[in-house]
Design a protein around this ligand. Structure first.
Ligand code: FE2
Length: 376
């Protein structure tokens, strides 16, 4: 099996039983949501949006909602022990719990997915306040991660019933982050194809790209990956599994420290990656280091690009091309002390693929970090 780029994604609302309008929000369960919100605002340029906690009638947890353009994060922390949020954090550390998807009809989304085998997480539930109704429903995906379907067409409030506006005197400038481009899941040995089947059968996604262990291997370790896309291409979920190598795969390191399957990275789009990454680095966000040798040959591989190479090399931004154009991408170091979740920043200039040409340089960079942690 070699790399395969499917023809352009065709929206087909007639036959799409799960029409998605995109990512609604990403919810992280974290040990200290107050501090996490400050970190994401400061380092990444989010703005305060909404808050829920004891003051708004939510007795056992606190959630802060932050936003930048179309990117919405919810940071949730438990106030007490012995509940699913506290257990999630004990087991996984800070991580992604909910990949929430915007739908026109959350009841239909629940019915269509559960009748195809999706495991119920949240029965359709109507939340209501003076600003209108939000309907939520949800199903389980890999590990303890879930998809919540959010129907908000009859809601005019700031975020959702139960939340109040969070006004802050501290409003750092945006770094140009726009929206979620894709979210990658790491699953266990031999579990990639079952999860591909889940996204195909339960959610109506298609496999648009596949990478085998020949595509994604270094001298030491390997992984396999398949990219799943919904009908209109707004939602893409690549699924990785470890493959045999001389040493431990980066996916295995993740599975060890996350204690199971989960979200490996969230890729966030920008229209100006040089400006975005310059600001992120000034604010202390750390990225994987790319050796100077990468830049000596990269233009021979990808051809002419609009950007000067110098800032790309200085910042460590990678370049790749497919038959539709090129893309610029960079990967952060893990966002917490466990080597688990990280972010990718991506600027697409035509290319709809995922940077296959960068895999070797990228995974060698990851392995240097893994080796420094003693986990290679
Ligand atoms: Fe990615």
């Amino acid at each position: 099996m070699s790399t395969l780029l499917a023809t352009a994604i065709q929206p087909n609302s007639q036959t799409d039983f799960l029409p998605l309008q995109g990512t609604d929000y990403v919810e992280f369960y974290v040990g200290n949501a107050k501090q996490a919100a400050h970190f994401y605002k400061t380092a990444f340029g989010f703005q305060s949006l909404a808050y829920a906690g004891p003051e708004t009638g939510m007795k056992d947890k606190v959630s802060y909602v932050i936003r930048q353009n179309k990117l919405t994060f919810v940071l949730t922390t438990p106030l007490r022990i012995n509940n699913p949020i506290a257990d999630h954090i004990y087991k996984h550390g800070d991580g992604v719990k909910v990949l929430a998807l915007r739908v026109d009809d959350a009841r239909s989304a629940f019915e269509e997915t559960t009748k195809r085998g999706g495991k119920a997480y949240l029965e359709p539930t109507v939340l209501n306040d003076e600003q209108g109704d939000v309907v939520l429903s949800g199903i389980h995906t890999y590990g303890d991660t879930v998809h919540v379907f959010v129907e908000r067409k009859n809601y005019n409030g700031i975020f959702m019933p139960g939340f109040r506006e969070w006004k802050s005197n501290y409003n750092p400038t945006s770094t140009g982050l726009l929206y979620v481009d894709h979210c990658v899941g790491n699953v266990g040995w031999n579990q990639m194809n079952p999860w591909v089947k889940f996204y195909e059968e339960v959610m109506g996604f298609r496999n648009i790209l596949s990478f085998d262990d020949k595509d994604i291997s270094t001298e030491y370790s390997a992984l396999m990956s398949k990219v799943m896309s919904n009908g209109n291409g707004y939602v893409k979920f690549p699924i990785n599994e470890p493959a045999e190598g001389k040493k431990k795969s980066q996916v295995e390191e993740y599975l060890d420290f996350y204690n199971g399957e989960g979200c490996q990275h969230v890729a966030i789009a920008t229209n100006d990656i040089v400006s975005t990454v310059t600001q992120l680095q000034e604010r202390g966000v750390e990225f994987l280091n790319i050796p100077p040798s990468y830049y000596e040959t990269v233009l021979e591989r990808v051809g002419k690009i609009d950007e000067d190479l110098e800032p790309l090399q200085r910042l460590g931004i990678l370049i790749d091309r497919d038959d539709q154009g090129y893309l610029l991408q960079i990967f952060s170091k893990p966002l917490e002390d466990r080597p688990t979740l990280f972010f990718e920043i991506i600027q697409r200039k035509g290319a709809q693929s995922f940077g296959k040409g960068n895999f070797k340089a990228l995974f060698e960079a990851l392995e240097r970090e893994q080796d420094a942690r003693g986990n290679l």
